[in-house]
Design a protein around this ligand. Structure first.
Ligand code: SF4
Ligand code: ZN
Length: 476
């Protein structure tokens, strides 16, 4: 495969390329544009013209410098061995292949896709979707040889994109709905994915019926189809092995594979917990489930939220703390589909005597709440606050008390006294709510580490007496 006829270079070496707003010529999709999507469809061979690129709307050369446009990318492919279950897996590769182009940055997936084309690329002559589509077609056929024919259509017109956008949304919903009918106990094979290791080298996704991948694009059926056609590829089968903890979703097989694939970094994963041994997060999660120590509850913010979460942090700020392939108790990247699972963070809820993970969810941004409304048990729907109900912790506490949210039952009355007692002794803060601020890191109130229900092992421990004068002054 050669790209010597193209004005820009193409290859995996450009995958990590970032295009900041100053370097960008145009932005396609992203949070400021209403309709945008990317979709792969498997078609009959006769319905496809191999190598064809269609464009509906303005071309790159027609776009003004600094402008933003809708973008729809529809990749249609055919091949004897292709089946519908492979569509989602191929679709995930759009991200990778766009990023192979020097001067193109691609983020996210499905209807949250976000692209930028750099000024340099345009200057070099990369100024048409014909070139863009041709590169994608060549990559799809070379990297996935079971694709025999491939054509690509781009939609950049704000009206013309509506119809294919609706088609894409109903395809995503159809895939998700099918996956919602299946649970972890119904299957004897799980799957894993390491596609995101080019950005987060220790990140390993485990994909089970109850835990759709955190990017939201690969469910259990999709992963099964991918592992079948390319067992040595980035998506592979994982024998669950022995279940060590049903509530937490801990499996020997998952632990072993995660350890191997993360090169020893992560050796234990609780699939249904965001607080203990949580699943790692790369960067393309659809939403973040975050712990709110002030109310002992959890909030969930999705990528589309254009305001700060109840803890004062924007999605992007929290995403920096959540992602990178590390296990971050208290910050867990999740898919929206996982919220619909009865297993959703069930381990964390159970630690507080609650039955359902959503019983510990106290806040969601309103856009997300609307989107997942049908997944929230009816009796909880009005009990979860949004930015419209509470703008700070005091208002949130008052809201939860007024609604008698289940989390209120976990607030201990003696809490205040307990703090007092520990302060008197001048030694320790209860582990359940310990917070630490590292100056200069993160936004707002600094970097917060939450240790909840955990054991701390240390080789040595230094206990310092707190200055009693200071303590007395504080108590006055
Ligand atoms: Fe694969 Fe997970 Fe990345 Fe999705 S988030 S592409 S499932 S590694
Ligand atoms: Zn990712």
């Amino acid at each position: 495969m050669s790209f010597s006829d193209m004005p820009v270079d193409v290859g995996p070496v450009y995958e990590g390329e970032r295009i900041r707003s100053k370097q960008m010529y145009v932005e396609l999709g992203g949070p400021k544009i209403e309709h945008h999507f990317e979709l792969v469809k498997v078609r009959e061979p006769g319905d496809i013209e191999d190598g064809k690129v269609n464009l509906v709307g303005p071309d790159l050369s027609d776009m003004e410098e600094g402008s933003r446009h809708p973008i729809g990318i529809l990749v249609e492919c055919a091949g004897e061995e292709l089946e519908e279950d492979l569509e989602a897996v191929f679709e995930r590769r759009v991200h990778e292949f766009c990023n192979f182009i020097n001067g193109v940055m691609h983020l996210n997936q499905r209807y949250t896709n976000w692209l930028r084309v750099s000024k340099k690329a345009i200057e070099k002559g990369f100024n048409s979707f014909e070139q863009f589509g041709t590169i994608l077609i060549r990559l799809f056929k070379a990297e996935l040889p079971i694709i025999e024919k491939c054509q690509v259509s781009f939609y950049t017109d704000k009206d013309a994109i509506e119809e294919p956008y609706e088609m894409a949304m109903s395809t995503y919903e159809k895939r998700d709905e099918r996956a919602r009918g299946l649970h972890d106990s119904d299957v004897d094979m799980f799957y894993g994915c390491v596609l995101c290791q080019s950005f987060a080298p220790t990140h390993v996704c485990t994909i089970t019926p109850d835990r759709t991948s955190l990017c939201g694009s690969i469910n259990w059926f999709d992963a099964r189809a991918a592992a079948k056609v390319d067992p040595k590829g980035p998506i592979y089968a994982v024998e669950p092995g022995e279940c060590l903890n049903e509530l937490a979703g801990e499996y020997t097989g998952v632990n072993e594979v995660t350890k191997k694939r993360s090169l020893g970094e992560v050796d234990k994963v609780y699939l249904y917990s965001g607080m203990e041994w949580p699943h790692t997060s790369c960067g393309c999660f659809e939403a973040i489930d975050f712990y709110i120590p002030e109310v002992n509850g959890h909030g969930i913010i999705d990528r589309n939220a254009d305001h700060k979460a109840i803890n004062g942090l924007a999605f992007s700020t929290m995403a920096n703390q959540t992602g990178g392939g590390k296990q971050m108790p208290g910050f867990n990247g999740i898919s929206l589909q996982y919220i619909s699972s009865p297993k959703f963070q069930q381990y964390d809820a159970a630690q507080d005597g609650l039955e359902h993970g959503l019983e510990q969810t106290v806040w969601m941004n309103s856009g997300l709440k609307e989107r997942v409304k049908e997944f929230i048990p009816e009796e909880l729907r009005d009990l979860i606050a949004t930015e419209k109900d509470a703008s700070d912790m005091e208002e949130l506490k008052a809201f939860l008390e007024e609604k008698n949210h289940p989390i209120v039952s976990t607030w201990e009355e003696e809490e205040e006294e307990e703090y007092e007692e520990y302060e008197e002794e001048g030694a320790m803060i209860p582990m359940g709510t310990q917070q630490m601020t590292v100056p200069g890191v993160g936004g707002g109130g600094g970097f917060r580490i939450i240790l909840k229900n955990c054991k701390v092992h240390a080789e040595s421990l230094i206990i310092k007496r707190i200055d009693t004068k200071k303590k007395r002054r504080k108590k006055k």
